[in-house]
Design a protein around this ligand. Structure first.
Ligand SMILES: [Zn+2]
Length: 253
């Protein structure tokens, strides 16, 4: 079982990565059941920027959204998470994201269908929660959870999406692949009149091949390395900036 601090660190990392990919923006949230107690969840607090959140910021609530541990308030839409956890004992992690392209499908009333390999995760459909209201009550959370049913993801019309996973890393992967599938489906529609979706057989085969721990981990490693490389670039630029100003100062002397 993963220890609490390392799980909090992974949760914060996944939030920063989803933000960097343009999927979470300033209001999204990601949660996970606590190790050893499935009736409590870890979630990013409402007020901390999704670009800089760390494991130390993460708060704990019960399955009704009451704060159990931590100093800051959980997000106002925590009922999205708690309702799904109450309905789905199989779900370990829940994301609420604002992906631009996938959300547009809910506005255009066009169903998302699996059109590329990892889009097979959504082979049983991506239903749409038809209310554009913020989900701030248990009653609305329950309605959304009912729409999601046993599926991997649901869209929220004109708002965003909910995505679920067997853990933080799986949930992160599924968020990435939902938007990627939507992008490819949109591009294909712009190229011609045919959207050649995968057949049920193809969905089962390809999902079996690709939804595996090593592929899931590889995706996670790719995006975490991308964050580190980005940081390294900023550090190098800062160093260059310092040496350039030091040179300029020497020249002025
Ligand atoms: Zn939202």
């Amino acid at each position: 079982m993963q220890d609490l601090d390392s799980l909090k660190a992974d949760l914060a990392t996944a939030i920063r990565l989803l933000t960097a990919e343009g999927l979470m923006d300033f209001n999204g949230h990601l949660s996970v059941r606590t190790p050893g107690d499935p009736n409590k969840i870890l979630i990013n607090p409402r007020s901390v920027s999704r670009t800089s959140v760390t494991g130390g910021d993460i708060v704990t609530t019960d399955l009704r959204g009451a704060l159990v541990d931590g100093k800051l308030d959980p997000p106002s839409e925590t009922p999205i998470h708690t309702a799904i956890y109450r309905l789905r004992p199989d779900v370990v992690s829940v994301a609420h994201i604002h992906p631009a392209i996938a959300t547009a499908f809910s506005i255009a009333e066009t169903p998302i269908v699996p059109v590329f390999t990892l889009g097979c995760l959504f082979g049983d459909g991506v239903p749409v929660f038809d209310k554009p209201d913020l989900v701030r009550t248990d009653a609305l959370g329950d309605e959304l959870a009912e729409v999601l049913g046993a599926r991997r993801a649901a869209l929220m019309r004109g708002h965003g999406a909910v995505v679920v996973g067997e853990g933080v890393v799986e949930c992160f992967n599924a968020c990435i692949w939902l938007e990627e599938n939507a992008k490819k489906q949109l591009t294909a529609r712009q190229l011609g009149n045919v959207v050649h979706a995968f057949s049920p057989d193809e969905i089962a085969r390809v999902k079996n091949d690709l939804w595996r721990p090593e592929v899931i981990r590889k995706t996670w490693d790719y995006y975490t390395a991308k964050e580190r490389t980005g940081d390294a670039r900023v550090d190098r630029a800062k160093t260059r900036g310092k040496s350039a100003s030091a040179r300029a100062a020497r020249t002025r002397k």
